[in-house]
Design a binder for this molecule. Structure first.
Ligand SMILES: Cc1cc2nc3c(=O)[nH]c(=O)nc-3n(C[C@H](O)[C@H](O)[C@H](O)COP(=O)(O)OP(=O)(O)OC[C@H]3O[C@@H](n4cnc5c(N)ncnc54)[C@H](O)[C@@H]3O)c2cc1C
Length: 448
């Protein structure tokens, strides 16, 4: 038995350092930078890199990566604890080298890139000299990738790409895009596509517009991209032809759990703010904290968070244990499906408790509520994850040919009575509790 919720003192010291560092050095940047991924912003370039150097010196840079890629290889459980701290701040993940979508894109390049591609794209990405985007969703359908139509056709030693992608986040800052495109149009649904790395400055890769999202103050970073006869070298294919979905899973599993880890931190922040407010505000002669309906909101929020956190940590632990995202598919879908509701419910209560101030732009709650919808869409809609989870759960069960369920009480009772027939006969039959309705309380009066 090795279930243990203690964090070893050595890593706890690192977490304490990160907590103080994020509070003092990183969170203030959220109020002065437009977007921490904008490598062309001189203010960002002056403020972020010195903090990244401090994180590197501390050994906390890209803790999800193994030493072969320049990280300490702490694994997902430790990353979960660290991400809870980073999730409080927009700038947190990029200061610690584990920001989306770059961390997932790096995983793809590390797994499927040739040495040449790793040197050209992965290495500068890991050092955050550049940022990247993931270009998969299309305007006509995101949840059903079999509807994707963006084509990549081999022409001599180049792939020629034509089509449109939608919501390729941060493409306006990116040096390259990881693109999913149809290469085998006649193959079965999930074997039609392949993954590519596309330099963002390739002629024919054009941003139609950067779509703004309410609550994000960056003016729009979710790019609508048109690929028009964009040519990339043949060796920019990642993985096998037709295996784009398999390659995509390499990044999506990690990406989903990392979002969840950060969401734990965001939800905790909302609860902290809620608790401070109810202990500061008086109405009808007493603190809000004394009102039982308010207490219920605090208690429900704590329970929601702690349940979710346990699910996230257990999933992180299983990723470390199996090192195989296929084996933890159900766990990750469960985390992904739970995440938007926890954030939505807790942020909504925090907003409500803060009254008019809560709904205003002077507090972060309305942005957090909207962020919960972001969490329920990006990397797959909640409904789709519930379907995946249910399918995985049902693999462990089978139906019965019987008319009644195998746990049908009359059958179980008859079997038990047959098994103990001799003993029951000596005691004058089954006890009264079992001779009538199950709901009859023990010792209750009966009409005989
Ligand atoms: C903030 C943000 C950032 C994003 N970043 C990226 C990115 O960087 N790269 C990228 O490629 N994509 C990105 N996306 C896109 C995201 O992956 C898609 O929004 C998502 O896959 C859903 O696709 P869709 O928006 O086309 O919705 P649709 O597929 O049209 O689905 C709409 C709704 O239909 C319902 N639905 C869909 N399928 C089912 C089903 N099987 N069963 C029941 N109900 C269903 C759900 O309610 C779903 O929300 C991002 C999205 C957001 C919001």
């Amino acid at each position: 038995m090795n279930l243990d919720f203690d964090v070893d003192s050595e890593f706890q010291e690192e977490l304490d350092w990160a907590d103080a560092f994020v509070t003092e050095e990183v969170e203030p940047l959220d109020f002065v930078l437009n977007h921490a991924w904008d490598m062309n912003d001189p203010l960002r370039q002056e403020l972020i890199p010195p903090l990244q150097e401090k994180v590197q010196a501390r050994g906390l840079w890209a803790t999800h990566l193994g030493p072969e890629l320049g990280g300490p290889g702490y694994g997902q459980v430790k990353l979960a604890l660290l991400n809870e701290i980073l999730g409080r701040s927009h700038c947190g993940p990029i200061v610690f080298g584990c920001q989306a979508p770059d961390s997932g894109n790096a995983e793809i390049l590390a797994h499927y890139g040739t040495d040449h591609l790793k040197m050209r794209y992965l290495e500068p990405l890991l050092r955050n000299e550049v940022v990247s985007a993931f270009s998969m969703t299309e305007p006509q359908g995101g949840s059903d990738p079999t509807q994707f139509v963006t084509r990549a056709e081999l022409d001599g030693d180049e792939w020629v790409i034509n089509g449109e992608k939608w919501f390729s986040s941060h493409a306006n800052f990116a040096s390259f895009l990881i693109l999913l495109a149809v290469t085998e149009p006649d193959a079965p649904g999930h074997e039609r596509m392949s993954m590519f790395v596309v330099p963002a400055d390739t002629p024919g890769v054009d941003i139609v517009r950067n779509v703004p999202v309410y609550g994000h103050t960056d003016g729009g970073t979710h790019s609508y991209i048109r690929y028009e006869n964009a040519r990339i070298p043949a060796d920019h294919l990642l993985g096998e032809r037709g295996q784009g979905f398999v390659v995509a899973q390499t990044r999506l599993g990690g990406g989903r759990i990392h979002h969840a880890m950060r969401t734990v931190g965001l939800v905790k922040r909302a609860i902290d703010m809620m608790c401070e407010r109810v202990l500061s505000r008086t109405t009808k002669g007493e603190l809000l904290a004394r009102k039982q309906l308010v207490q219920a909101m605090i208690a429900d929020s704590w329970i929601d968070l702690e349940q979710f956190r346990l699910l996230v940590l257990r999933t992180a632990w299983r990723i470390d244990k199996y090192n195989d995202y296929q084996k933890v598919r159900a766990d990750i879908s469960a985390v992904k499906a739970a995440m938007p509701k926890v954030l939505h419910d807790v942020a909504s209560r925090a907003l409500q408790i803060h009254g008019s101030l809560g709904v205003s732009d002077e507090m972060p709650f309305s942005a957090m509520v909207l962020e919960s919808f972001h969490m329920g869409l990006a990397d797959g809609a909640t409904e789709v994850h519930k379907v995946t989870l249910a399918r995985e759960i049902l693999k462990g069960y089978q139906g019965t040919d019987d008319l009644f369920p195998t746990r049908h009480i009359p059958r179980l009772r008859a079997e038990a009575e047959a098994r103990y027939a001799e003993v029951l006969a000596r005691h004058g039959g089954p006890s009264k509790r079992h001779s009538g309705s199950l709901s009859q309380p023990q010792g209750a009066a009966t009409l005989e």
